[in-house]
Design a protein around this ligand. Structure first.
Ligand code: MG
Length: 368
């Protein structure tokens, strides 16, 4: 089997409503997604998506993906798409770093392999675990009352896990955490995502002031050095998100005891292949995971559902459903959907999503 053509679309994804991170310092209203289809000479094709959360959240942006594809796609034409590790090495030699550029290609390769084997991707990457995976909400930052109202809205959609965005100033953050924690319901999980907004001094002050909270704090500071400093001076479990890019970051997190939880975002780490290596490392070392993406449609959401569905339940806390936050759906009624606050990976071969070409519109680029 050989790759014969790669077609690339750009898709604007307007959010249902403006979204704020870290005390209002970052506002988001629309996402810039890149969707691609890899065709082969055996009438099998695969779909992938890459969608950073705006341009300020990570060192990644939508136009960057499409510029990187200009470098990578010509090299992939003529290659066997089923040799996924080999093609990842090829891409890493041709364009070192830039994992977010490679994720959409990698997802499409797994989609092709699934179609070729007649197996769902979660079965290919290790086997389907029986339980649906809880979806974590993404609660935009605001006043304590506004945030609780947003949690309430997500409760109405079936969510029982909530990622509450904080990180403004010490006093307001303590008030937010106390208010939300006081209104947590039995069976619910609320955790607090700082999106790297605190200095170590602020993190230590807030976390030690809310000792009653039986949950974890995500990415309290910018760097692993700062988070390690917070780790030594606090008692809550800590999750690393934005500072986890490579398996070397992950091995350092384990070696130095920096965090008990990691948020593996498929797009940020370079696709399912590299996320799978991280998954296995985490399972070997007792690190708990959340499997998410940095944004995207039901296509990205379904890719993460397959990875999450391959992880035993105690080790996988949650996924994320970006589709619930955007106003565009290129594959209505397909893929992983919120059912009672959970995702289940489709049983169809591959990823199990076939986007509607009418929604995608004209491609921005074709490599053949
Ligand atoms: Mg996060």
């Amino acid at each position: 089997m050989k790759i014969t053509r790669i077609t690339v679309w750009q898709l604007d994804l307007p959010l249902h409503k403006p979204y704020w991170l870290s005390g209002g310092r970052l506002k988001f209203e629309r996402l810039d997604s890149t969707i691609l289809r890899i065709d082969t000479d055996e009438s099998i094709h695969g779909w992938g998506e890459g969608c950073p959360w705006g341009v300020t959240y990570l060192p990644a942006f939508g136009r960057g993906i499409r510029a990187g594809l200009e470098e990578l796609c010509p090299l992939l034409i003529g290659q066997d798409p089923r040799a996924i590790d080999r093609l990842n090495r090829l891409m890493d030699v041709a364009l070192p770093g830039h994992p977010y550029i490679k994720a959409a290609i990698d997802i499409a390769l797994w989609d092709i392999l699934g179609h070729a084997a007649g197996m769902a991707v979660c079965n290919l990457i290790g086997g389907r675990e029986p339980d649906p995976v809880p979806i974590a909400s993404s609660v935009s930052t605001g006043t304590p009352e506004e945030m609780l109202a947003e949690v309430e809205r997500f409760r109405g959609l079936g969510y029982r896990v909530h990622s509450c965005k904080i990180g403004a100033n010490v006093g307001l953050d303590i008030a937010r955490v106390r208010h939300l924690n006081a209104h947590q319901r039995p069976g619910e999980v609320l955790f607090y995502d700082v999106n790297r907004a605190w200095l170590p001094r602020e993190a230590i002050t807030v976390m030690n002031a809310v000792a009653e909270v039986q949950s974890w704090f995500e990415q309290p500071c910018e760097t692993l050095e700062e988070i390690a400093q917070v780790r030594r001076a606090t008692r809550h479990p800590i999750c690393v998100d934005e500072a986890l890019h490579t398996i070397n970051d992950l091995s350092r997190i384990q070696r130095e005891g920096i965090a008990e939880v990691v948020n593996i975002k498929i797009n940020r780490v370079g696709g399912l292949t590299k996320a799978r290596r991280m998954r296995d490392f985490c399972l070997a070392h007792g690190i708990t995971m959340m499997i998410m993406d940095s944004g995207g449609t039901v296509l990205s959401d379904t890719a993460i559902a397959h990875m999450a569905q391959s992880i035993p339940a105690p080790s996988c806390l949650a996924v994320w459903s970006c589709q619930d936050m955007i106003r565009v759906d290129p594959a209505p009624s397909q893929g992983a959907r919120n059912v009672d606050g959970c995702f289940t990976a489709p049983i169809l071969p591959g990823i199990g999503v076939e986007p509607d070409l009418d929604v995608l519109g004209e491609p921005v680029c074709v490599y053949a």
